[in-house]
Structures are given as C-alpha cells and as structure tokens.
Design a protein around this ligand. Sequence first.
Ligand SMILES: [Zn+2]
Length: 259
Amino acid sequence: MTWDSKRMITEVAAGVFFLQGPASNWTIIRETRQPGSGKFFLVDTGYPGDREKLLESIAHCGLTLSDCLGVVVTHAHSDHIGSAKFLAEQGIPIYAHSLELPNLKREVSEQATLADFSWRILIPRVLGWLRHAVRAGGLADVAVAEPRELTEEVLRGLPGAPELVLTGAHTTGHLALYLPESELLLTGDVVVTGHPLSRWEGLQTLPKLFHHAPEGIAVGIQKLGKLDVQAVLPGHGPYMRVERDWNQRVQVADYWPYR
Ligand SMILES: [Zn+2]
C-alpha cells in the first residue's frame, strides 16, 4: 500500500489535520489562538509500522515533536496506539479515558485475536488485510506503561477545547472526541467510513467481531447523534461532511462473512 503524506493530509478546519493512514487514521490538532504557537496534540497514532508516516505528517504540518502536548487515544487497539509507547519515551503524555487505562497497559485485552477470525482467514480479502495488519506491527507489544487519565483539566489545556464522549462498546473505555468550535467529531472505531474488509463506502459500523461489547454500539452512536456535527473524522476510512441526523444513516455491518 502506498501513502502520500501530501495527498492524505486534509486540513478539515483551521488547525485540524486529518491523516488517512494506510489502514488506520490519526489527527493532528494545533493551537490557532496564539499566533506563532506550534503547540499541538495528536489523536491516535496508527499502527507501529506507521511511525515514519506519523512523524512525516507532523513535519508536513510544520510542527515539531517537542511541541506535542500529548496524545489522546480513542481506544487502545494496536492500530491506534502503535507509536504511543515511542512517544511516551520522548516524554509526551498519553491520555485515555480512565476505563481504557487497563487496556492501554495491557492488563486486559479487548482486541480480536487471530483465533477469533477462525475459518475467515481463508478468504483472500481477510487474509490480505491480516497480512497488512501483521506486517504493520499489529501483533507487536504496544503496551504503554504509564498512561494518564484524560480529565476535564487536561482537556481544557488542549487546542480546540475538545470534549470527551464515552461511547464504550468497541472497547470498555472507547471515547469519541468532539471539537465544538469546528463541530468536528472524531469517532474512533464506533463509526467508520470504510475499512479494508468492507465493500461499503460511507458511514458504517465495523462487524461485531471487532467490538468488545457489540450490543452497546447503537447506544454509543445515539449519544454521538445528539451533537451538532459538520464532519466525521473516523478511525478508518476518509473523513466525511455530514448533515443533520447523520447518525441515523450509519449502516450496521452485516455483510458476509461477518453475519
Ligand atoms: Zn481500529
């Protein structure tokens, strides 16, 4: 899979850069109120194998790692926290919802395993995706030793005045991040707009297999539907401008072979 940092970076609103990585996304949100400030924070970090791309994307935005205020993790799956440990080693705090901290430390694991795919790995599309996931470091040790809780106080100190919405379901402490000024919603993996395993385009859920508590997904989406949202920045697939009642148009993944 090729990746062109210039083509895959979109400034969705002033200072909000959405990065569509090879198989999962991250977002850079920079300070815009204080002219000349290069302070920023990251939401998610891609797969471990995306590290060069992550660093390249930060540089492409004219930013330097030493100005990174922290990483907000939507959830602790390896395709989202691939470089979190590396960034923590550079002294950058890694924040997640308090309920997600055990996942981040790998005291528990709420991620689908190869065994969960069972016979489905024989399907070429699934095999191709798994091969990419493994090559990108999907099975690497990505535990973060000392993650921090994303508190109200931390949120107040981040550019864009982000708000946290706990959705759970995908993992126990999965969060979405809402930027009220720009009305952007970073949905993590509760709502995506595409996935290598899906032939659908547009707002959709991931198949049940990917969720720790699939029965909670609809509740999470309902919660997000109460916000005024102009665009969705998902964990997988391109960003998407949305209209009112967008949450009612999220297709529930029921495609073969995940029925
Ligand atoms: Zn994901």
